[in-house]
Design a protein around this ligand. Sequence first.
Ligand code: ADP
Ligand code: ADP
Ligand code: ZN
Length: 213
Amino acid sequence: MYVILLGPPGAGKGTQAANISKTFALAHVASGELFREAMSSGSELGLQAKSFVDRGELVPDELTIKLVMSRLEKPDCEFGCLLDGFPRTTGQAEALDSGFAAENKKVDKVLFIKVSDEELLRRLSGRWICKSCQTPYHMVSSPPKEAGRCDKCGGELYQRSDDTPETARNRLGVYFRETAPLISYYHNQGKLVELNGDKSIDEVGVDLIGALR
Ligand code: ADP
Ligand code: ADP
Ligand code: ZN
């Protein structure tokens, strides 16, 4: 089963992905994490992506498609995966469709997590991420048991440099311009399920699992 988590920055895609991928035994493929890994390793691709990520712009399709499609060729994605943060443009969605079609695969379902703008900015400004396992926390709505430490792996928590109010607002604009058109793209394919992401983490989790059963 190939599932896409679609939604604005801060919608809760990363938060919910852990639970979904465990429940359905799906590999979690998060494009933002792939870029952050590439940037911290100092690879050529990481260097090329950095200026876009830092400004809250999308990395150009050509680079992004290459990165994610090669990740999808790994054995853990052979029978399915959970895509988080990809596709984010119509060009990426079309590349995914045609790449899958060539291998007799398809996107099965697209879960669209809808959240109000004020709530998104609140979430992004209070987000802390584990340096080792990338689990997201929130100062207010989802704090770790011990300040600054990941509950799951004990890793150190940090705030992403692109979660500043200014960059976050820019990312929301980019989302509405470039990514929101995918809502009708997948609706027209009959694959879209829309969920209310303003609810609590647990409630959204129950709704998402229900939508996949
Ligand atoms: P968030 O979790 O806040 O939605 P991500 O971690 O998914 O953010 O992405 C962080 C940054 O990485 C984006 O702002 C963008 O610069 C880059 N990025 C991630 N996924 C994509 C994509 N599919 N296309 C282009 N750029 C991407
Ligand atoms: P995305 O991957 O879509 O950008 P994240 O999963 O990183 O979003 O969540 C953004 C922030 O909001 C994190 O700090 C997370 O702890 C918090 N968060 C996620 N879901 C909820 C929710 N339903 N209610 C309140 N806070 C949430
Ligand atoms: Zn961790």
